[in-house]
Design a protein around this ligand. Structure first.
Ligand SMILES: Nc1nc2c(c(=O)[nH]1)N[C@H]1C(S)=C(S)[C@@H](COP(=O)(O)O)O[C@H]1N2
Ligand SMILES: [Mo]
Length: 491
């Protein structure tokens, strides 16, 4: 057999892989900073985390929100760093798309060129050989250069494990954290012990990747940097060492510069970054996920549920709350044949639905609750949307006093999402009237979507043809202000 060198496709995919992996790690750390704790259980009960990256204690004498648990991490480890979950997620999803394309090109290339032989062990002898190499390393010696492969049995086994076991596991645990997938295929999330199990395993996989890259680079260096680098960069051993070193350093420099530009640009123009990074990625996501309908009927009993978004403090809301919401009304108007104006009692007389579901906050925590109320489709049947109606803008009594100047909290859903059976306006939680902290008197439940779309304190629903005039036009308050995914829910 011919010695297997380092063909061009392997060299190019290595460089692309290095870029995407480092972007994934940094943006992943940014996402972790938004809820810097790891749990195994769906309830994320404070104190029950198995790993904690935060020393902050939450106050016991007042209502705190999950946003206060976020950590501010440096750009040296997080992309972009300093509490930028929204932009960090755009980088993560953009990079994972590039990383998957690179991985696909690599694996197709391996099998198309016969190079798969370099990775896929074809004899059981690999195990004793790998052990022998391991023992040699422990003696601080280098194993002998193998004849056919440019690396030894231990390296081969590790590479095989990384590409065919670790990488697929990262993909599968990543998918299990999508609320749309977990809501439609609850059995799938259960394979990983639910969202929190998947999140914990995804973190451990990231640590394994970082260790692998570190050890991989170190072994290449100790196996005589000049010799290996010449092979890797120029594809043969005859080329000039200094040229090879220059190209290798140039590649590393390009990856480093990309990170610097990405970080600075994320701070300066987060909206442009979102627009650019969502190109293609958003349509792919919508194509894969938008059709998925929540079918949750969770057996797990209700758990602790964090609060996110403080209750409103405006006098109008205070007065309604003081009278048990007796003067409160829900208006449904806009492009409808029959506008509605309902009191809480009238809502209670409409057909009742109830569902027990997992709430998934974009920050990473989850919890289980039983929600009761009126399905949005019941309201649609009564108001009869006109032909031009495409979206529902759900407005709230929440002026967001914590971050003034951005208008009231709101969210946009399209008619298709609105008609899904588990799209619910809830006035009950766990069999009790909805508490103020969780959105009294009425809040949206959108079981295939992230928590920030589930507007609390809803009092006004407008049917529109376009939502460009709602808020700043990005489809939700947190998309406007925190650069979360834009468009209507589910896009
Ligand atoms: N009015 C309003 N609704 C809101 C928010 C908010 O800040 N204001 N936060 C959202 C976010 S990010 C989450 S995770 C959920 C949390 O719901 P809970 O507080 O009932 O647990 O509410 C969503 N609805
Ligand atoms: Mo959230």
């Amino acid at each position: 057999m011919q010695p297997l060198g380092f063909p061009l496709f392997i060299r190019i995919t290595h460089l692309a892989n290095l870029l995407f992996l480092t972007l994934l790690v940094r943006s992943g750390i940014e996402i972790l900073a938004a809820f810097p704790k790891l749990h195994w259980d769906v309830g994320c009960q404070p104190g029950r985390q198995w790993l904690d990256f935060s020393s902050k204690a939450m106050p016991e004498d007042r209502l705190w929100t999950s946003e206060e648990e976020m950590e501010h991490w440096s750009s040296w480890i997080a992309l972009p760093g300093r509490k930028n979950l929204g932009v960090g997620r755009h980088w993560h999803f953009w990079s994972v798309t590039g990383w998957l394309a690179t991985g696909l090109a690599y694996v197709v290339g391996l099998f198309a060129t016969g190079q798969w032989l370099r990775l896929v062990p074809t004899s059981w002898a690999i195990f004793p050989q790998a052990w022998a190499a391991f023992v040699t390393y422990l003696d601080l010696q280098l194993p002998p250069e193998p004849a056919v492969l440019p690396f030894n049995a231990l390296q081969q086994l590790t590479y095989f494990g990384v590409i065919f076991v670790l990488a697929p596991l990262q993909i599968l645990t990543g998918l299990a954290q999508s609320p749309a997938i977990a809501a439609r295929f609850p059995w799938y999330a259960k394979l990983f012990h639910g969202h929190q199990g998947a999140r914990s395993l995804h973190f451990l996989g990231m640590v394994a990747f970082v260790l692998f890259v570190g050890v991989h680079v170190a072994t290449v260096v100790v196996h005589q940097f000049g010799y290996e680098a010449t092979k890797i960069v120029l594809g043969n051993e005859q080329g000039s060492h200094s040229l090879a070193d220059a190209i290798a350093l140039g590649g590393l420099g390009a990856v480093f510069s990309f990170h610097v530009v990405a970080t600075v640009w994320s701070y300066r123009h987060p909206d442009r970054v979102r627009r650019l990074l969502q190109l293609g990625v958003q349509s792919l996501r919508s194509l894969l996920l938008h059709r998925l309908e929540s079918r949750q009927d969770v057996a797990h009993p209700p758990t602790f549920l964090r609060v996110n978004g403080q209750p409103p403090r405006n006098p109008e809301y205070a007065q309604l709350a003081a009278t048990g919401f007796s003067g409160w009304r829900l208006r449904v108007h806009g492009l409808v044949a029959q506008p509605l104006d309902l009191s809480l009692d009238e809502l209670h007389r409409l057909p009742y639905s109830s569902q027990r579901t997992v709430h998934v906050c974009i920050q990473g925590w989850t919890g289980v609750a039983q929600w009761g109320g009126v399905a949005v489709r019941e309201l649609l049947e009564r108001c009869r949307p006109l032909a031009g109606a495409r979206y529902l803008v759900l407005r709230t009594l929440d002026e967001k006093w914590e971050q003034p100047g951005h208008g009231n909290y709101y969210t946009v859903i399209d008619l298709k999402m609105a008609r899904k059976p588990q799209t619910l306006l809830a006035y009950e939680m766990n069999g009790q009237p909805l508490p103020i902290a969780h959105g009294a008197p009425l809040r949206l439940r959108l079981e295939s979507q992230l928590g920030y779309r589930h507007a609390k304190y809803v009092h006004d629903i407008e049917l529109v043809g376009s939502f460009s005039k709602a808020g700043q036009g990005h489809g939700s308050w947190r998309s406007d202000v925190l650069h979360y995914e834009d468009g209507e829910a589910g896009i």
